[in-house]
Structures are given as C-alpha cells and as structure tokens.
Design a protein around this ligand. Structure first.
Ligand code: ADP
Length: 211
C-alpha cells in the first residue's frame, strides 16, 4: 500500500504524461497541447518541478526526472527514524477521572492521551472521541476513571523507536488512528512508553520538504 500524501490534480497528471511522452518540451508547447494559456499552467508546473517529478532547463524545456511521486515521498519518510522524530506524549493514570483527562487534553494541547503505570509502561490510549462518548449521558465525569473508557493492551497499535517514519505513517493510515505510542519492551509483556508519533508529527515532517 502506498501512502498517498500529495495527490496530483488531473491537470498536473496530464502535464506529466505529456512531458513523459514528448519531453524535453517547452512550457508554450505544453500549453498549446492542453489548449490553455502559459500563465494558467505556471502553478501546475511549479508543483511538478518542486516535487522533483519534472525538471526544467533554459532553452531546452521540461523533462521527466524518472522519479515517481510515491517513491519520492516514501524515500523521504524512510530516511527518518521514529526515535529522531517522536514527540513527548501526554500521560494520565488509570484512576484519573474522565473530567481531569478532558482538562489535560486542553492544557497539553493534544488529541490523544496515553495511560501509563507507575513505572511508565503503556496500559491504554484515550482519544478525543472516547472522552466525548463518555460525556454523553453521564452526569458526573469526576466519578468515572479513564480505565473504564480507554482502549487497552493488547489492542493498542504501537511502533518501535527503530522503525522508519514511513512505517509509522502506514500504521496510522491502516489502523485509522491519530496517534501511535512509541514503545520498547520493558519486561515480559510490558512496554515502556518512550514517545508518540501523531498525524501532526507527520504533517510537520512533510511540511519540511518545502522549506
Ligand atoms: P478519535 O477517536 O478522536 O477520532 P482516533 O481515531 O485516534 O481518535 O481513535 C479512534 C479509536 O481508536 C479510539 O477508540 C481510540 O481509543 C483508539 N485508538 C487510538 N489510538 C490507538 C492506537 N494507537 N492503537 C489502538 N487503538 C487506538
């Protein structure tokens, strides 16, 4: 499965096909073939050259670099180890009341909380929607501990610090979750929580491509 992070527009795909077939080819020629003005093509050509799919040489024109889009993104994400990129997780204890967990969500400005034992081992995950669900029809959220509503081990999808960010991205997409706890084996059956990789972490990394 490929991680489709940047999708090309129909127009960009058309341009790519023209350049693959006829390149090197000038911007004017591409415009003429598509029956549009050169100016209208400029943003598309900028995206295609910035992403490394096309390159341009003065007086020669645009040509295909031979690098496919998904390979470029996959190569980029593969270069980073989870341990280099991981963020600090917001944690609560099993007995933390749901009301307090909601406050933690705001104070720490996160979307997912991790439930840990005294020794810092992962016991559960609580998402925004888990907390919202608990809030429906319940009058006293101070009386419900998060352990009642959390997703618990062994159902938690985790990632190893030595794994690549590409693997992390694939897990986030495949399991449709916002956050992955980064863990390493602590003792038999117990996983120490070292950090987290979230959709935000991934978007930050992707945004760095263009900086
Ligand atoms: P939200 O529920 O706010 O949309 P998620 O999509 O991350 O956020 O969570 C969906 C469900 O999956 C929740 O019930 C949550 O407890 C659970 N969940 C979140 N992260 C994980 C994970 N890493 N492994 C397993 N389940 C998870």
């Amino acid at each position: 499965m490929e991680v489709a992070v940047i999708d090309l527009s129909e127009r960009q795909k058309e341009i790519l096909e023209i350049v693959k077939a006829l390149g090197p080819i000038s911007g004017e020629e591409i415009a003429a073939r598509l029956n549009v003005s050169r100016a209208a093509l400029r943003p598309c050509l900028a995206v295609l050259t910035m992403s490394g799919l096309l390159a341009a040489r003065p007086r020669v024109g645009y040509y295909f670099t031979g690098k496919e889009k998904h390979n470029l993104l996959a190569d980029y994400l593969e270069r980073f180890k989870v341990s280099e990129i991981k963020a600090v997780p917001a944690v609560v204890r099993e007995e933390t009341p749901v009301s307090e967990a909601i406050v933690t969500l705001f104070v720490e400005d996160v979307g997912t909380l991790f439930v840990v034992s005294e020794e810092g081992c992962l016991q559960g995950v609580v998402s925004r929607k888990d907390l919202l669900k608990a809030a429906i029809g319940t009058t006293d959220l101070t009386k419900i501990p998060v352990t009642v509503i959390m997703t618990r081990m062994p159902n938690i999808v985790t990632i190893d610090p030595e794994a690549s960010m590409l693997e992390a991205a694939r897990k986030i997409v495949e399991y449709q979750i916002d956050a992955l706890p980064v863990v390493k084996e602590h003792s038999k059956g117990k996983l120490k929580l070292l950090g987290k990789v979230t959709k935000t972490t991934l978007v930050r990394l992707l945004a760095e491509i263009s900086s």
